[in-house]
Design a protein around this ligand. Structure first.
Ligand SMILES: [Zn+2]
Length: 195
C-alpha cells in the first residue's frame, strides 16, 4: 500500500480513489507543489536576511548562522522528498515536515520587522571603541564593525553596518552605538555615529 503523491490518501490501484489522479499525474502534481513551496521558502529566507539588514540584531552573526542551519537542511529535505517520489516511495510524513518548515523564515522575518519597526522606546546610547572591521563580498555582502562590548560577559560586538559607514569608521575611534531593546526583546542596533 502506498499513499497518493497528490492528496496523501491510501491508494491500492494506480488511480487514486480520492482525487482521481493516476500515479504519474500525481507525481507531477507533487513536484509542482514542491517547486512552488521551495520558491516560497527561498523568498522567505531572503526576506529574513533583508529584515536582519534593516533592523540588525545585536547578535547578527548568530542570526545568520541560525538561518543557514535552517536553510540548507530544509532544502535537503525538499530534494529528499522529490527523490523518494521519483522512486515511488512513501513521502507523506517527510512532505508534511517540509511544508511545516516552509513558512518559518517568513514568520522570523515578520518577527524581526515587528521587533524593530514597532519599537517606540528611546535608544540606549553606548560609547564604544572600534577595535577592527571586516567585510566579506558575495551575494550577501557582510560588513561588520568590531567594537568593545557594553554587555556583561561580552568582550566585543560585531555590528552590522552599511557600506558608507564601513568606509567612514576607522580602528581606534570612538563611536556612539544606538541600541534598542526591541519590541519582542531582540536587542538591535539602530545606528552608529561619531560622537
Ligand atoms: Zn489522491
Amino acid at each position: 500500500m502506498i499513499r497518493c503523491l497528490n492528496c496523501g490518501a491510501d491508494r491500492s490501484a494506480d488511480t487514486c480513489d480520492s482525487c482521481g489522479l493516476n500515479s504519474a499525474v500525481a507525481e507531477l502534481s507533487l513536484r509542482k507543489k514542491l517547486l512552488n513551496r521551495t520558491g516560497m521558502f527561498v523568498l522567505g529566507a531572503l526576506a529574513f536576511v533583508a529584515a536582519s539588514v534593516w533592523y540588525p540584531p545585536v547578535e547578527a552573526d548568530n542570526v545568520l548562522i541560525f538561518i543557514g542551519a535552517l536553510f540548507f537542511p530544509t532544502l535537503g529535505l525538499a530534494i529528499l522528498v522529490e527523490r523518494r517520489a521519483l522512486r515511488h516511495r512513501e513521502v507523506e510524513a517527510l512532505k508534511r515536515i517540509y511544508y511545516g518548515l516552509v513558512p518559518i523564515p517568513w514568520l522570523l522575518a515578520i518577527l524581526l520587522v515587528t521587533n524593530g519597526a514597532l519599537d517606540r522606546q528611546p535608544p540606549q546610547i553606548e560609547e564604544e571603541r572600534i577595535v577592527g572591521k571586516f567585510a566579506m563580498a558575495g551575494a550577501l555582502p557582510i560588513r561588520r564593525l568590531v567594537v568593545t562590548s557594553w554587555r556583561d560577559g561580552h568582550r566585543f560586538e560585531h555590528i552590522a553596518i552599511d557600506r558608507t559607514d564601513f568606509d567612514n569608521f576607522h580602528s581606534g575611534e570612538f563611536v556612539k552605538v544606538k541600541v534598542e531593546d526591541g519590541l519582542v526583546g531582540i536587542p538591535w542596533v539602530a545606528g552608529v555615529s561619531i560622537p
